[in-house]
Design a protein around this ligand. Structure first.
Ligand code: NDP
Length: 332
């Protein structure tokens, strides 16, 4: 195993990326350097934030370099190690995704926690997306039991855990999702499903119907019309945790701001954006709270899986088509 196949992009896309943007390359790996490990990847994560990194502009993280291997979270098995912490056979997580074999400094690799769950759960419900859901609700919004909660992209990797954590706190929960199948899944979990493919007035009317007593906490994954409609149903002193804005990630022009933005003042709202990496000190606490619930089967986590490295771009693009339910993964 001395070769690595990996994806690069050779230009910065505008709008929705075309599958042809992604080029599969191969290179032979050098001998292991001091402290390095070689990992055969078994699962790759594709995540919406990667779209921002493709744009060539610095957002909260560095842009991807053109013609260099793309990176992202991955799970794999150590096949060779010159680092004292790792031995062949260890199951690990790291950021050398978008490729089949990764070679990385050992200090960029971590052994998987040892809950009795499938290893890919550490890319989803017990990985970065799960941690994001927990952080947005607890650290950013300060969710209290019994509150009324709205979550957008509620059946995705982040949203599907957010709605369930809110239900576990006896909150009344409303979630937006783009297909009937996803809304059925929400209803099955005692969450009122709203279709976000409606015009703004219909969306506002649906939210008012679903939340006649208003919303205390809005977990924002989508932005655009959802944000504007949510401002309308927020209760005074409501909190909005702005986690994502996927409706804008492929936009060529900036969308106009919400016409009802003065609601922030009228309702004395608190709106806070956050990046999960800046709250990673809570990861152990998140694992100790959510890990046992996942292990016991009390949390339902969905996965949508594409097979084969060559299908990684397809998996990534599915996030923007809304054709993933739960965590979007690539199985190698
Ligand atoms: P998801 O699994 O939720 O997948 C994306 C989903 O978003 C799609 O399935 C689709 O669902 C919905 N969607 C896609 N395009 C649009 C659109 N134009 N308008 C409305 N909905 C759309 O992804 P994640 O759970 O991984 O991420 C959810 C959000 O959280 C993203 O915005 C992401 O960037 C953000 N995030 C932020 C982090 C942070 O640190 N702040 C960390 C991780 C994620 P549907 O069928 O409902 O349309």
């Amino acid at each position: 195993m001395t070769n690595s196949r990996f994806f690069v992009i050779n230009e910065h896309p505008e709008g929705v990326p075309s599958p042809s943007l992604f080029k599969l390359r191969e290179q032979s790996l050098s001998e292991l350097g001091e402290g390095e490990v070689r990992i055969k990847n078994s699962w790759l994560s594709v995540d919406p934030y990667m779209r921002g990194r493709m744009s060539g502009k610095r957002t909260y993280t560095e842009p991807y370099e053109l013609n260099a291997p793309l990176t992202g979270a991955a799970i794999g098995e150590v096949v060779e190690s010159s680092h004292e912490k790792f031995k062949p056979g260890d199951k690990v997580r790291h950021m050398g995704g978008w490729r089949d074999v990764a070679q990385l400094p050992g200090n960029e690799v971590e052994i998987l926690p040892n809950f009795d769950v499938p290893e890919q759960a550490y890319l989803g419900v017990l990985g970065m997306p799960g941690m994001t859901a927990w952080t947005g609700l607890n650290v950013i919004a300060g969710l209290k039991s019994g509150e009324r909660v709205l979550v957008s992209a509620a059946s995705g990797a982040v949203g599907s855990l957010a709605v369930q954590l809110a239900r576990l706190k006896d909150c009344q929960v409303i979630g937006s999702a783009g297909s009937q199948q996803k809304r059925d899944w929400l209803e099955h979990h005692d969450v009122t499903g709203i279709d976000h493919h409606q015009d703004l007035d219909e969306l506002k009317a649906s939210l008012h119907d679903a939340a006649p007593q208003g919303i205390d906490v809005y977990y924002e994954n989508v932005g655009g019309d959802m944000f504007e409609a949510a401002l309308d149903v927020m209760n005074p002193f409501g909190r909005i945790a702005v986690c994502g804005w996927i409706s804008g990630y492929n936009a060529k022009d900036a969308a106009p701001g919400p016409a009802n933005i003065a609601q922030i003042l009228m309702k004395r709202l608190r709106i806070q954006g956050f990046i999960v990496g800046e709250h990673w000190e809570h990861y152990r606490r998140f694992l100790s709270e959510v890990g046992p619930q996942v292990e016991a089967g009390n949390i339902d986590y969905q996965e949508t899986v594409e097979e084969g490295l060559e299908n990684t771009p397809k998996a990534f693009l599915r996030l923007f088509e809304g054709s993933n339910h739960g965590k979007m993964l690539v199985k190698l």
